[in-house]
Design a protein around this ligand. Structure first.
Ligand code: G6P
Length: 481
């Protein structure tokens, strides 16, 4: 089998460079080890109608990276437009933020079709295609239109929202019908998979039996594959990174004070405003915690050209400066707020330095920061994870301190509890979480999906074969006298 993995964002795997988003960080180790070809956007665009899509190819561990220039005329409508101003808010149940136009939708479809044409050059008889995330909902259907009959699977890294929110995207029906060209569709959680099945039943009138739906394209399996991390690698990185200059400088600057850490893309789904308000509330309710704990919030900008993201960046900057102005002292800053990315190695060291990890999204497919924070801890003195119950990770990391990110008072109380938790309880909670992480690593996610995809393809082919019937025998006409 030769595997071709496709995602919009890719990473070149330079250990000293930041990686934007959990998807790229998760795919990197599996491409490096499995020898797959990883195809994605180069971040550059090209003018004109390209007959031959241009891809720059380089080695990535045992695998390869193919970086594609996307068509200039459609890139904006595809990426900032339909993918991130219509689909992203809908998938995260923010129907109020959906902005959509027919032009953006057409650009989205154009880029999906363009990617399908580009993938043909990587096709061999034994190729398996694995498409990632909401940027490419229609890519499977485009590949089928080009005659691709190899297994094609899809994994959604975000949540799948309830039906009424999805229907807020005017093109929902065409898109979901196109998705049924995939042999296998994977989700992060049972809730996402159930929402999708309910949509199929209520909107398209298609029922799911034993995880299989039959449509005009044939049969499609839908199933849950919670994504994990490379636990051992992250733990090793964290142990080493503790002596990294950035990490040592942070430790020295703390003067024995405790640290809480939040690391997110600057996105409205991450609950950053509520988190800052919870820290404000905590220092107001417990003035004794001033000077004894500070927050390091890393919020890496992305999708800055979209209005909702620009507004959020301004709102957060204002809020952080208000809270610092209110609780700060001449020699103490309550919140260190950074709008830049850090390499995985440095992040691992920062996580290990912090006594509390705060991961409080309003809604999140999985959230790998939560898993990385746990994997980075010192087993002898682990920190405490404060985790939103609306992150997919809460299904597995159920011994974290689970919070409702809309409840500011509740979060303030829970962060204070985390800070004073006795060592014995911290260890018990952490050990239970580590056992879950080891039982659901990125390697298991990868193998589980690819095996299920190959099986789903075999089942689809079997289901499309005409049922063999006994030969038809013409009845003899009775010859009567
Ligand atoms: C989320 C999405 C990913 C995306 C990442 C970074 O995790 O699920 O598909 O790669 O955000 O987003 P960006 O728009 O900056 O590539």
């Amino acid at each position: 089998m030769s595997l071709v993995v496709v995602s919009n964002r890719i990473t070149r795997g330079n250990a000293n460079e930041p990686i934007t988003g959990g998807l790229a960080a998760a795919l990197l180790p599996i491409v490096e080890k499995s020898g797959a070809i990883w195809v994605g956007s180069s971040g550059r665009v090209r003018d004109g109608v390209q007959k031959e899509p241009f891809a720059e190819i380089e080695a990535l561990g045992a695998g390869a990276l193919a970086m594609l220039d996307l068509p200039a005329a459609h890139y904006g409508g595809y990426y900032e437009g339909f993918a991130n101003s219509a689909l992203w808010p809908a998938l995260h149940s923010r129907a109020d933020l959906i902005r959509v136009s027919q032009g953006d939708y057409l650009s989205y479809r154009e880029v999906n079709a363009f990617m399908a044409r580009a993938l043909l050059r990587f096709r061999k008889p034994d190729t398996v295609f694995w498409i990632q995330d909401y940027h490419f909902l229609a890519l499977g259907a485009e590949l089928r239109d080009l005659g691709v009959d190899q297994p094609v699977g899809f994994f959604l890294h975000t949540p799948w929202a309830p039906r009424d929110v999805i229907e807020g995207v005017p093109h929902h029906r065409e898109l979901v019908e196109a998705m049924l060209a995939y042999d296998l569709i994977g989700f992060q959680t049972d809730d996402d998979c159930e929402n999708f099945a309910r949509y199929l039943a209520s909107t398209l009138g298609l029922s799911v039996n034993d995880g299989v739906v039959t449509s005009q394209h044939g049969t499609t399996r839908i199933a849950v594959f919670p994504i994990g991390i490379d636990v051992e690698k992250f733990t090793r990185q964290a142990t080493k990174a503790i002596s990294h200059p950035d990490v040592s400088r942070l430790r020295r600057s703390l003067n024995g004070e405790k640290l809480a850490i939040g690391v997110d893309r600057l996105d409205y789904s991450k609950g950053l405003v509520n988190r800052i308000k919870a820290f404000d509330r905590m220092w107001t309710l417990h003035p004794s915690l001033a000077r004894t704990v500070s927050l390091l919030q890393i919020a890496t900008p992305s999708r800055g050209g979209i209005e909702a993201y620009g507004n959020l960046q301004n709102e957060l900057a204002r809020l952080v400066s208000e809270v610092n102005g209110l609780h700060g002292e001449v020699d103490w800053t309550p919140i260190r707020y950074l709008n830049k990315g850090f390499s995985q190695t440095v992040l691992a060291g920062l996580y290990r330095t912090a006594q509390v990890g705060v991961v409080t999204p309003l809604h999140d497919g999985m959230n790998l920061v939560a898993k990385e924070y746990v994997a980075a801890q010192n087993p002898a003195d682990p920190g405490v994870l404060v985790l939103s119950k609306f992150a997919g990770a809460a299904n597995e990391l159920d011994t974290a301190l689970l919070v409702n990110p809309h409840d500011i008072d509740g979060m303030a109380r829970t962060i204070a509890t985390a800070l004073s938790m006795p060592l014995i309880e911290r260890r018990m909670r952490w050990e239970a979480m580590m056992a879950k992480l080891k039982g659901g690593s990125i390697q298991q996610w990868f193998t589980g999906f690819v095996e299920a995809l190959q099986k789903a393809r075999v089942d689809r082919e079997a289901a499309s074969r005409p049922v063999s019937r006994p030969p038809f025998i013409w009845p003899l006409r009775s010859v009567s006298g």
